[in-house]
Design a protein around this ligand. Sequence first.
Ligand SMILES: O=C(CO)[C@@H](O)[C@H](O)COP(=O)(O)O
Ligand SMILES: [Fe+2]
Length: 228
Amino acid sequence: MAVQINPSILSADFSRLAEEAKAVEGADWLHVDVMDNHFVPNLTLGVPIVESLAKATDTPLDCHLMIEDPDRWAPQYVEAGAGSVTFHVEAAAAPVRLAREIRAKGARASMALKPATPIEPYEDLLPELDMLLVMTVEPGFGGQAFLDIMLPKIRRTRELISKHGLQLWLQVDGGVSASTIEQCAEAGADVFVAGSAVYGADDPAAAVRLLRDQAAAVTASAPWACAH
Ligand SMILES: O=C(CO)[C@@H](O)[C@H](O)COP(=O)(O)O
Ligand SMILES: [Fe+2]
């Protein structure tokens, strides 16, 4: 699979969301951070805004739910138009049932791990997922510094995906920029969320292209990338 770059709308100007979404058309997905001020200490947006964004752009929506009770809420984000819905395993009561429900409703099912959550206990869940998100900052805010101590977890996750011969995508989110994306790609990530690195650039669409070229140059020689 080719590498994918998902700009995070969290770093955009919220008074011009539709324009900001259009500014990154050409990106693979638009990453939408949903925060409820309970699972994380920040409050962003919810179902009605996702519904509006889905109408405002042709780029598919990658909804990252940083909320309590995703078992109840995640299906509503599929109905709102998200093409991919990520729930946090730390918040889900029944992650397998939830992943199956998201898929049954027609979206890609994805599960996220906070920095202190290991991947190993969830090895058996991987076949239920279309994507696994390894957070490279503590969830809650854009513009934080990349946690390079997450690189071994990215590497171990890629090894587990290869060991089971799975096709699921491995996403990284938090502090991904021109100076960190290559390390993430080397470790085995193939889907890259970038907020401040894209929306903080003078030309967000060009920033997406540059990040994609950087990551692609690394994964071109990765054995797991060739197998896709
Ligand atoms: O989920 C989150 C933060 O919790 C992210 O999606 C951020 O929005 C990424 O922003 P940058 O770290 O790239 O600025
Ligand atoms: Fe996110």
